[in-house]
Design a protein around this ligand. Sequence first.
Ligand code: PLP
Ligand code: ZN
Length: 431
Amino acid sequence: MAQFKCIRCGQTAPTNDNYVCPCGGLYEVHHDFGDISLDHFDVKLSNIGSTWSSGVWRYKELINPELDPRHIVSRPEGNTNLYKRQKVSEYAGIDGIYMKHEGENPSGSFKDRGMTVGVSVAVERGKRKVACASTGNTSASMAAYAAQAGLQGIVFVPEGMIAYGKLAQALAYGSKVVQVKGNFDDAMGLIRNGAKRLGFYILNSINPWRVEGQKSIVFEMLQQRRWKSPDWIVVPAGNLGNTSAFGKALRELKQLGLIDRMPRIAAIQAEGANPFYKLWHSVDKKLEPMKPETIASAIKIGNPVSWEKALRSIRETDGVVEQVTDNQILDAKAIIDASGVGCEPASAASLAGARKLRDMGVIAKDDQVVCVLTGNLLKDPETTINYHIKGVSARYSNKPVVVEANLDRIEAVLSQGNDPAPGQEVKNLGD
Ligand SMILES: *Cc1c(COP(=O)(O)O)cnc(C)c1O
Ligand SMILES: [Zn+2]
C-alpha cells in the first residue's frame, strides 16, 4: 500500500488530507512497487482513445497503483510532442536540444498531468469542494477537471497579475474565482490556513498526488527516447512542483532498474523571483522568501512550497540551479515562437537557461538536452504582443506594418524587403 512519507524526518502516515508532517516537512507518496517492465508501457500506448493511452494513466503503476479505475477523471492528458528545431539548436549552441511541449495538454499546461491525479483522488475520497491558489495555469486546469468531475472548484488568484488566457479559462469552466489583493504567496498562505475551515480539498502541488502525476512528464519523455536518458532536463522553476516530481520520477526509475543513468536536472528561475537559485548558492541551504518580480507570471513566486523536495532532486541528479533575466526569457521565447513551436513566457526560461549554461560551459555542445515547455503560447497573448509591437529591448521583434487599403502601397511595403525575418536578429538598431 502507498503511504505518505515526510521529506524532512522520514515519518510515514496514511494517505489522507494532511500534506504536512507534524515536523513541518511536506509528505511525498511512498510506493511499494510491484514488478514493472518497460514493454508494458508500449503495449498500453496501443490502446488508442482509452484511459490507458493517456500520457499519465499509461504509467498508473508508477503513479497511483491502488486507485480504483472507476474514479479516474481524465481528458486524456499528456502525449505531448518532443520537438527539435534548427533555429533553437543554433540559439542554444547545442545540437541535440529538444523541447517537450507540455503546452499541448488539454488545458494548455503541464498542470493537467498533476490535476488528473489530484482530482481522481478527490473523487475517490468523496470530496465536493476542491481549491487551489494559482498564478493562472493551476486554476485553469483545476477548473476544467472539477467541471468534468462535477465538483465545485474555488480558485484564489493574485488580482491583476494573472495572464488573460488563464483567467478566461477559470471563469469559463465555472470555478468560483477569488481575486486576492496580494501575490501568489499570499493566496497560497490563505489556502493553507483556510482549507479545513472552508472545507476545501487542496489541489496545489503541496498535495503529494499532484507531484505523482507530474512525474509522467519524465516517464513519457524517456519512452519517446526509447528509454535512453538525455544528459540534461531543463525546467522552469517557480513553486518547484516539477523540479520535485522530476527528481522523484528518476529516483524511482533508477531504483526499479528501469534506467541505468539519471539525466541531470537544471532548474531555471527568473532573476526577480529567484529564492531557489539563492538557496542553491548559499552555504546553509535554507529558503529565504522574497517579493517576486518577473514578466513570466507562471514563475512569479517568492516562497516556493516544495523547496525541500526540489533541493533533493537537484542533489540526487547532480543538477544545477540557474537564473535568467526577463529579457533573456523573452528573447528565448521569440526564438521558440519563430521556430513555429511557440510557448508562454515562463516556459522559455528553459531555453534561456540552457543557452546560459552552454555559454558557461556547464552544458557541452554535444550533450543531449530536453527543455520542458510548460505552457501554451496562447495563454499570455499580451506579453507576446507587447514584445513585438512596443518591446524596447526586443532583439527579435516582428513588427506589423500599417498600410492604406491600396495594392500599390502594399506592394511597395512588401518589396522593401529589409524587414528581418522573424527570429533573425535586428542588428545596430538606432546606431
Ligand atoms: C506552474 C508553471 C510553472 C512553474 O512550475 P513549478 O512546478 O511551480 O515550478 C512554470 N511554467 C508554467 C507555464 C506553469 O504553468
Ligand atoms: Zn516530518
